[in-house]
Every structure is written in C-alpha cells, then in structure tokens.
Design a binder for this molecule. Structure first.
Ligand code: FPP
Length: 244
C-alpha cells in the first residue's frame, strides 16, 4: 500500500509511517570501533554490535514503510584495516547472508549488493547471487554497499556506456548505468559517530540528499535515534535548487 502524503505518528509522537516524500534513507554506519574501544573490547566486538544495530534498522525502516534503505558496510578503502578485522566483517556479512537465505520470506526485502564483487571470496559471491535471486520478488529494497566506492561506480558506469558504443552520455544514461539504477536517489543520508564526510559514498546519487549527522555511535543507533533523523528531515524544506 502506498504511503500517504504526510508522515503519521501515534499518540506518543512515535513515527508509524513515513510520508510519500521520504522514500530512501542511506546510512553511513560509523563508530563501531570506538564503541568497542570505549568499553575496553577489541574492535571486532563493535562490528558484532553494529550488525545488531543494522538488523534493528532494517526492521524499523520496513515497519515505517520506507521503500529503500542503503547501508555502507565496507568501502574500497576498508581493505587497509588489519586482516583480523576484515575477516570479522566478512564473517558477519556471510552470517547475515545465511540468515537471509533461511528467512527471506520473513524479512520480505529485496536485497541488492552494490560494489565491486571481484575482490570478494567465491563463497560470499555465490551467497550474494543466491540471496539476490531469492529476494528479487519483494518490493522493499535493501542495498548493502560492499567493496563500494562512489568514484569507481561512476567510472565503471561511463566505461560501460563507452563499451556499448556511446560517444556522448546524458545524466539519465549515467544514472541508469549505476548499481542503483531504477531506484530513487537517497532523500536522507545519515552518518553516525560525529564524522561529517561523505567518504566516497553514493557520490552521484546524493546530489540533492539531505544530510543528518549525529554523535551517536552506530551500535547505539535504535528506533528513537533513527526517528530523530527523520524528524529533522521533515523540519527542512527541500527546494531542489528552485524557489518555494
Ligand atoms: C564503521 O565503523 C563500520 C564499518 C567499516 C563496518 C560496518 C560493518 C558492519 C556493521 C557489520 C557487517 C554489516 C552487515 C550489513 C551485516 P568503524 O570501525 O570505522 O568505527 P571507528 O571509526 O570508531 O573506528
């Protein structure tokens, strides 16, 4: 069922459904390492908790009727981290894929992995393909950016168009050749843990996105914190360069 024009709240002010003009939220999940270090745990523990926060966010975004959610799980630069940490993140992703393969009908979300797959293990690549096939019929979309870089995405889109014989390209051609082809651009980009950078995330797609920054570390993000970001979004007027 389509969302109504305005967001809906319950009597306690809790968001029940987003309005029609909020279709896509993208999250830069930052602060897992700091969350762990502040508690005297190894950084890997932060990623375990971060995965719980991610699953919580996916569930919540579904409940409030969001059409598309995107998360930045692993950037092209994240390979520079200690091997043990990279292994941990890949392990968590694989576990999530296993869950998705088992519970697809419960999650009811079309999962898409965006990013360069060649660097991933064959086992993970196979599971990604299976999960994408199995969930392709659902309406709500979850994009997981894995080994993703925005510049690389735009470059490979343009190269693909050139290989197809194009000598000039339009903005629509480029949009259509990105991983996110056919999806609405993010209306809102949320970055946690106090950093105020885009870090090569959705460079093309974020041209008119609203940005929300919070000091909350990603593992501490819950429904209340996500609603704060959404409330902030609704308090702004988007003009897309025009005068209103
Ligand atoms: C940023 O925190 C987090 C990451 C680079 C990894 C995100 C990965 C997950 C939440 C787990 C796997 C994801 C899925 C989709 C199952 P950071 O380590 O850079 O934190 P810091 O800045 O405090 O060091």
């Amino acid at each position: 069922m389509e969302n109504s024009e305005n967001p809906q709240y319950d009597s306690k002010g809790r968001l029940i459904k987003v309005g029609r003009d909020l279709r896509h939220i993208a999250f830069i999940m930052d602060g897992n390492g700091r969350w762990a270090q502040r508690r005297g745990y190894p950084r890997e523990k932060g990623h375990t908790e971060g995965t719980k926060a991610f699953e919580r966010a996916v569930r919540y975004c579904g409940e409030i009727g969001l059409e598309v959610m995107t998360v930045y799980a692993f950037s092209t630069e994240n390979w520079k981290r200690p091997e043990r940490e990279v292994r941990k993140i890949m392990g968590l992703l694989e576990k999530y894929l296993d869950k998705l393969l088992e519970k697809a009908s419960e999650y009811e979300v079309k999962v898409r992995f965006i990013g360069e797959r060649k660097a991933l293990s064959q086992r993970i690549r196979d599971k990604i393909s299976l999960a994408e096939d199995l969930t392709s019929g659902y309406h709500r979309v979850l994009n997981i950016a894995l080994n993703y870089g925005g510049r690389a995405e735009i470059t490979s889109a343009v190269n693909r168009l050139i290989s197809a014989g194009r000598r000039t390209v339009s903005e629509d051609d480029i949009s259509g050749a990105l991983y996110t082809s056919g999806l609405p651009d993010p209306d809102l980009i949320v970055r946690t843990a106090g950093e105020r950078r885009l870090s090569n995330f959705l460079l093309w797609q974020s041209a008119y996105s609203e940005f929300y920054y919070t000091d909350t570390l990603w593992p501490d993000m819950d429904e209340t914190e996500i609603q704060k970001a959404i409330d902030d979004y609704y308090n702004r007027t988007r003009r897309f360069g025009a005068v209103r």
